[in-house]
Write a protein that binds this ligand. Structure first.
Ligand code: HEC
Ligand code: HEC
Ligand code: HEC
Ligand code: HEC
Ligand code: HEC
Ligand code: HEC
Ligand code: HEC
Length: 360
């Protein structure tokens, strides 16, 4: 209960004190662009540009899937879908045999590693496409998380209409620089989570470096490593969803497995002040996720006693009576989202009993 109280208190603060990646900077803030950052921070740039986060959105001209498959089709009940790509332009259309809605794709969201959903504009609003591309089936399928009831109209078959604030949020999480000073200008955005989505607009940082003013350069850019552990979780949570956002959204079933900050914070391992259990303890955001369970053993054993080993000071976690390695395979099981296609590792680290229901 203490943990919950701490999380509630924390939820009232904005994630990060100086910079919220989703709300956007005040008016007048200037972005430098990731190419400028890359000129000096070669190591971070080289590895970061290959990550799914960097590729969280693409314009149709740069979306490799749309070019690899210039015609994608799908049938769902009476509705026939076609995505056709020619000369860097992709048209998404749905027909019931009598009427057709066709609109150009604005962005492809999500890296083709798992799934890709299309953002569209129709009749004065943003729409999330009702069908998405899924890598496991090498083709289209029904988008995850949209209403499962059969569409009543061709518009509903076309996609999920987003009210203004939600459409804006989709774009603010998947692209960089769309929202400056409270003014939403999605055409100015850079597709994907680029350097300045996390570090904040960097033109002032670059200017200060060039003027050889290191203190001013440091003050003009956010280094999230300087945040206390619980604020760091909320910082990542501004896109990956914080504990308080999930409670507010009332997503209290297996669908919340994709919200790692929430899952981690309901685990018995979590502590608001221990950096050994913050996102950065296990992930370098400039690198693709390390897909190997063995690598994480040392992260667990930074806190847990070793099975059969001597009692170590500063290790508040008990030893495992079962195994001394591959901790993640048993204590962070994978769950599939309803609708299939995508699996997530549960960040609610715990003892998993056979047949026990998913702890929401
Ligand atoms: C002209 C070279 C140059 C450019 C361009 C540049 N930086 Fe830096 N940056 C530096 C130097 C030098 C430091 C200080 C390095 C150190 O202290 O180790 C630094 C420090 C940083 C830090 C750590 C700050 C701290 O106080 O902990 C971050 C984060 C950072 N830069 C991000 C960026 C981003 C994002 C961009 C692009 C908007 C960028 N930089 C562009 C040279 C540059
Ligand atoms: C501006 C929004 C945003 C912020 C802030 C953010 N993320 Fe992400 N992250 C995303 C999106 C969007 C994806 C999905 C990319 C995809 O699959 O298309 C993602 C994917 C990831 C992945 C999976 C990548 C892979 O290799 O499979 C990891 C790990 C991750 N983020 C960690 C972090 C951490 C750690 C932080 C905090 C330091 C953070 N993220 C902050 C938006 C964000
Ligand atoms: C609060 C920030 C946020 C908002 C709003 C948001 N996303 Fe994401 N999105 C993420 C993060 C973080 C990930 C990576 C983790 C995950 O897959 O849940 C992601 C992953 C994805 C993926 C990769 C495949 C998948 O389903 O995991 C797709 C596609 C996607 N988002 C589409 C959308 C669309 C379309 C919208 C708007 C209707 C949207 N997102 C709104 C943050 C956001
Ligand atoms: C998803 C959020 C995120 C994105 C995107 C991101 N960074 Fe970072 N960056 C971080 C975090 C978190 C740290 C602190 C890492 C640590 O100390 O473990 C950091 C640290 C840094 C530092 C300081 C390194 C040091 O040794 O002190 C530099 C420089 C930097 N990032 C540059 C970049 C550049 C350049 C890009 C784009 C190519 C980028 N970052 C993209 C989250 C991000
Ligand atoms: C104790 C270690 C640990 C901590 C702390 C941790 N993660 Fe993870 N994370 C993992 C492991 C293990 C995987 C799966 C790696 C693999 O594929 O083998 C993972 C995978 C992911 C993925 C990819 C989706 C998936 O399920 O494969 C995202 C996104 C992610 N973590 C985000 C976060 C965020 C955000 C935080 C902070 C709230 C965080 N993680 C904290 C261990 C950790
Ligand atoms: C920050 C330190 C820390 C880290 C890192 C950590 N744990 Fe823990 N963990 C604890 C503490 C402390 C407890 C005991 C909590 C209690 O008894 O209330 C615990 C409890 C557990 C439990 C029992 C939970 C339950 O529901 O009874 C398991 C299983 C566990 N940890 C596995 C892991 C695994 C696997 C990892 C790595 C992926 C890990 N822990 C990383 C501190 C940590
Ligand atoms: C083969 C599956 C498996 C692996 C691998 C595994 N565990 Fe466990 N662990 C279990 C099971 C099952 C239990 C519950 C045992 C019981 O209560 O009888 C458990 C219990 C625990 C507990 C609770 C102990 C207590 O006294 O309450 C902790 C902590 C823990 N494991 C940590 C770890 C760590 C750390 C690792 C990696 C070094 C690890 N486990 C590897 C299956 C595993």
């Amino acid at each position: 209960m203490v943990l919950f109280a701490a999380a509630v208190a924390r939820g009232q603060n904005p994630p990060g004190e100086s910079w919220n990646p989703v709300v956007g900077p005040p008016a007048g803030a200037k972005y430098a662009g990731e190419k400028v950052c890359a000129a000096c921070h070669i190591q971070e740039s080289d590895s970061y540009m290959k990550t799914p986060m960097a590729q969280a959105a693409a314009l149709p001209a740069d979306a490799s899937i749309l070019h690899k498959y210039s015609r994608l089709t799908f049938q769902s009940g009476p509705y026939h879908y076609l995505i056709s790509t020619q000369d860097g332009k992709s048209i998404y259309s749905v027909t019931d045999g009598k009427k057709t809605i066709s609109e150009p794709i604005l962005w492809a969201f999500g890296m083709p590693l798992s799934g890709q959903t299309y953002m569209l504009w129709h009749d004065g609003a943003y729409y999330q496409s009702r069908v998405s591309y899924f890598t496991d089936v090498n083709g289209l399928g029904i988008t995850l998380g949209i209403p499962l009831t059969p569409p009543r109209t061709l518009e509903e078959a076309f996609g999920d209409r987003q009210d203004e604030s939600i459409g804006r949020l989709c774009i603010s999480c998947h692209t960089t620089g769309a929202d400056v000073g409270g003014v939403f200008q999605p055409r100015n955005s850079v597709p994907g989570v680029s350097c300045e989505a996390c570090h904040g607009p960097g033109a002032q940082h670059v200017a200060a470096i060039q003027q050889r003013k290191p203190a001013a350069a440091s003050a003009a850019i956010l280094n999230p490593a300087k945040l206390p552990p619980y604020e760091l979780d909320d910082f990542c949570g501004s896109c990956h969803r914080t504990w308080s956002q999930v409670v507010q959204m009332q997503v209290m079933d297996v669908r919340n497995v994709r919200f790692q900050p929430y899952r981690l914070q309901i685990s018995a391992c979590w502590s608001p002040s221990d950096s050994r259990i913050s996102c950065l303890a296990c992930h370098d955001p400039h690198q693709t996720v390390v897909r190997s369970t063995a690598v994480y053993d040392s992260k667990c054993l930074a806190c847990h006693q070793e099975k059969g080993g001597p009692k170590l000071a500063g290790h508040p976690g008990p030893a495992c009576p079962v195994s001394a390695h591959d901790c993640v395979t048993c204590h962070m099981p994978r769950y599939e989202l309803p609708g299939g296609h995508i699996k997530f590792f549960d960040h609610n680290i715990r003892v998993v009993r056979a047949g026990a229901p998913y702890p929401p």
